[in-house]
Design a protein around this ligand. Structure first.
Ligand SMILES: O=C(O)[C@H](CS(=O)(=O)O)OP(=O)(O)O
Length: 254
């Protein structure tokens, strides 16, 4: 299949001129927003609505007849008055099953909103890597958007972008093929993933060295790195329900 894959190493690379209307975009925020969404999905959450700021999230929760859980972080910490923070460990079935939630985080939910004009929108983490790859395999134009950390490239997101490309194994990765269908950022991500060599070096170690990982360790969330470094332990995708609305649901595979 002729698949073109582009990677935005930070959301700011998605300028308003960037035409996403035909694209399937995959948003990556390994540490930790998209890992939280996958975990919540696995735990039986209802719908997940993302908001760019704290005020909008709180207002939305107040206006919703059956109050959703208010979730997210600022400076890695839970937000005052919110129900849950941004640690996947918090998203247990006991807490989230059959509940809707509203999520706002520093980088992840912003990246989602930067790509809202995409035809199709998914949120990916290492936790649901295989399910995400299966869901986008036949998309002709794939746009992978790394959330980064406060405007900077973050290694953990680039690694997952590379892992997705590696598993898709597009013809452009073969030496003999023309390289037109993989942009240079996609090639950088793929090389980073190959070099990380997760067969000999645990993925958690690479995450610990990344910008996002170092920030989380400093904030006391080191255990989350191991949680977010588990590969394909969740067999479902996180996908936007309707174009135009930042509402997501977990779709179990099979
Ligand atoms: O708490 C998190 O997981 C991060 C905080 S930051 O990257 O250190 O600012 O937020 P996220 O939006 O999930 O990257």
């Amino acid at each position: 299949m002729n698949q073109s894959i582009s990677v935005s190493l930070t959301p700011s690379e998605l300028s308003p001129e960037c035409d996403l209307h035909q694209a399937c975009s995959v948003i990556i925020d390994v540490l930790r927003a998209t890992s939280v969404m996958a975990t919540a999905g696995q735990s039986g959450v209802g719908r997940m609505t993302t908001c760019e700021n704290v005020h909008a999230a709180a207002q939305l929760a107040d206006q919703t007849p059956i109050r959703p859980l208010l979730c997210g972080e600022r400076h890695c910490k839970p937000i005052d008055g919110f129900d849950l923070g941004n640690s996947p460990a918090e998203y247990t079935p006991e807490r989230v099953a059959d509940r809707d939630l509203v999520l706002t985080t520093t980088n992840g939910t912003r990246a989602i909103h930067a790509a809202m004009r995409s035809r199709r929108l998914l949120a990916a983490s290492f936790l649901n890597l295989n399910a995400t790859v299966a869901a986008v395999r036949s998309e002709p134009h794939l746009q992978i958007v790394c959330a980064g950390t406060n405007g900077q490239i973050s290694f953990e997101d680039v690694l997952l972008a590379g892992a997705i490309i590696d598993r898709l194994d597009p013809p452009a990765l073969q030496d003999s093929a023309p390289s037109g269908h993989l942009d240079d950022s996609a090639r950088i991500a793929w090389s980073a993933w190959r070099q990380a060599d997760v067969n000999t070096r645990p993925l958690g170690q690479s995450l610990a060295q990344s910008l996002g990982g170092r920030n989380l360790i400093e904030a006391g969330y080191e255990a989350d790195l191991q949680r977010c470094a588990q590969v394909s332990t969740i067999d479902g995708t996180i996908e936007r329900v309707d174009p135009g609305e930042a509402v997501f649901e977990f779709r179990r595979r099979g």
